[in-house]
Design a binder for this molecule. Structure first.
Ligand SMILES: Nc1nc2c(c(=O)[nH]1)N[C@H]1C(S)=C(S)[C@@H](COP(=O)(O)O)O[C@H]1N2
Ligand SMILES: [Mo]
Length: 547
């Protein structure tokens, strides 16, 4: 266009005509969320519409998508969610703005509809209070005011997307024949109006950023739990963990540490914002099918006979060879003692543990009473639980995947039955019971690594919590299975490292496979299966190159 002298408004012209509306919409949305984030800093993070919408989205994520997100993005899945939400919000806001420029009420209706959706998300979150919708309401009011103001300043297009004032009509048919000069470009017709409009938009956008960033900074200050946590001194265990035997670490460079440092411990949960729980306010409600219902305070726990135990936690979403597993020394109070005090009634077969943010897990009652180190944990590797790992109290149950046992920020234990209740992930297509399956993985060499030919050191980790590992076998290029050397065992509830070396490995591409045998003599399942519905199976293998 342009070069032929044609008058038709080409694509860039039409897009330019949409720009003021789109900008007005996006800036108004920024004001909406900026005001909401600032207010949420005072009312509480749960009242942030962004957090509430994201959390609701997570709750309604179908299992295949959750699986895909964890498999593809791992622990960055939440960041990806926020980025996707930002993209969707920007497109929606631009659309509302474009509509508003044409007919304000149309755009405003779209904004209101989205605001109602956000308010519903906020109001239906676990533990929501009536005041929690204030940031959404007041943010929306501010956003609409900004939209109104910007729209009144926006250069007005007509229904065709032409800039106004509308240029003299040019009949299409006469056009090419007459070779009349092209209509002036969109920008030049309304330059002063455009400049005023964009100046206002820029000021409002900057205001929104200040509000939003200020809100985020304030809510950072408001997070009281971290300060309390830093000052907290946990008591020593009445029954300390036995010292780790020498040689729990396989003697191969690159195998992960036997005890996972807190900062490196995998994190999987549905919490978009880490719950900020003040231990002095925390209490645990123990109730349901029990003779005696009661509450436990944090101080009650600290005053109890705490035990210390090494337990390897595993996520059901871990794929073969994956790293959603971690091993820590936990400090806590045995759940069997809690249950002994509550006295479950006959017929009960499950404990539903619920987090302050609404997540729940169904744990078989007998497992919590069978003598294993199932605890209400307060400490992790010698520190209070990190906030992301459940501060101030979480559950840790050896032998069960996290989704049916490891409730973080736990506040409620209901003794019930599998027939009556189900946990968060069970209602989303995962199995109601989740015993951990025996697994093993190669950590050295790394997949696709290049190592010198000759002697090749291999090593990794295997686990069969509550049973223990009795053997690990490795295979090079489909050859005979060979016994790996097992590192020392800490307890049957922890993973066990292994190592081996293959001699005279020729230059070229190679494949190494691993499989474990548990202490009952049961061979790890060879059949490949995905994580859903009750944990992946299959023997891990990696390919590497020798040079
Ligand atoms: N409150 C809460 N607790 C939770 C979850 C959650 O989403 N919310 N996820 C569970 C799952 S699926 C796993 S695997 C473990 C992970 O614990 P971690 O993040 O400390 O490694 O926590 C469990 N506890
Ligand atoms: Mo998990």
């Amino acid at each position: 266009m342009g070069t032929t002298g044609k008058t038709s408004i080409g694509r860039p012209g039409r897009l330019a005509a949409l720009a003021p509306g789109a900008v007005a919409g996006v800036v108004a949305a920024a004001i909406l969320f900026g005001v909401a984030e600032l207010l949420a800093a005072f009312i509480g993070p749960r009242s942030s519409p962004l957090v509430a919408v994201g959390s609701t989205f997570i709750d309604f994520t179908p299992p295949w998508l959750k699986d895909f997100a964890v498999a593809t993005f791992g622990t960055a899945d939440k960041l990806v969610l926020f980025i996707s939400m930002a993209v969707v919000a920007t497109v929606g806001a631009a659309l509302a703005g474009v509509l508003a420029v044409r007919r304000f009420n149309l755009g405003a209706t779209l904004v209101l509809a989205l605001a109602v959706l956000m308010a519903v998300c906020v109001a239906t979150r676990a533990g929501a209070a009536a005041t929690d919708i204030l940031p959404t309401l007041l943010g929306t009011a501010a956003g609409l005011a900004a939209l109104r103001n910007l729209v009144s300043k926006a250069p007005k297009p007509n229904a065709l997307g032409l800039p106004s004032p509308i240029p003299a009509p040019v009949p299409e048919f006469a056009d090419s024949a007459n070779r009349r000069p092209a209509a002036p470009p969109v920008a030049s017709t309304t330059a002063p109006g455009r400049r005023a409009f964009f100046a206002t938009a820029a000021v409002l956008a900057a205001t929104a950023v200040v509000l939003g960033v200020g809100g985020k900074a304030l809510s950072g200050i408001r997070g009281a739990a971290e300060k309390v946590r830093e000052a907290l001194k946990l008591p020593a265990a009445a029954k300390p963990a036995p010292p780790l035997p020498a040689g729990v670490q396989a003697p191969v460079d690159g195998v992960g540490p036997f005890v996972t440092p807190n900062a490196d411990f995998y994190r999987i949960d549905t919490a978009l914002i880490v719950p900020d729980v003040d231990p002095s306010q925390w209490k645990l409600h123990v109730h349901g099918m029990v003779e005696k219902e009661f509450y436990l305070s944090f101080q009650d726990l600290l005053d109890s006979q705490l035990i210390e135990t090494h337990v390897t936690l595993t996520c059901v979403s871990n794929v073969v060879g994956g790293n959603l597993a971690g091993n820590a020394k936990w400090l806590g109070y045995p759940l069997r003692e809690v249950l002994a005090r509550a006295k479950p009634l006959p017929g009960a077969d499950m404990v539903l543990s619920t987090s302050i943010d609404g997540f729940s897990a169904s744990t078989p009652l007998p497992i919590l009473q069978d003598g294993r180190d199932a605890i209400l944990a307060v400490g992790m590797n010698g520190e209070p639980l990190p906030l992301e790992h459940g501060f101030p109290v979480r559950m840790v149950v050896p032998g069960l995947y996290g989704y049916v046992s490891a409730t973080k920020w736990v506040v409620d234990l209901e003794v019930t039955t599998f027939a009556q209740k189900e946990g968060y992930w069970t209602s989303r297509g995962w199995s109601s019971h989740g015993p951990i399956k025996t697994a093993s993985r190669v950590e050295v060499p790394r997949a696709l690594a290049r190592v010198p030919a000759g002697t090749v050191a291999v090593g990794g980790t295997a686990w069969a919590q509550t049973v223990g590992i009795s053997a690990v076998q490795v295979q090079l290029d489909g050859g005979p299975w060979q016994e790996a050397t097992l590192a020392a065992e800490a307890t049957v509830d922890t993973w066990r490292q292994w190592s081996h070396s293959f001699d005279s490995v020729a230059a070229g591409s190679h494949n190494v496979r691993v499989r474990a045998v548990d202490a009952k003599g049961q061979l790890q399942i060879e059949q490949q299966a995905p994580p859903q519905p009750d944990g992946s199976t299959g023997w891990h293998n990696i390919t590497f190159t020798t040079t």
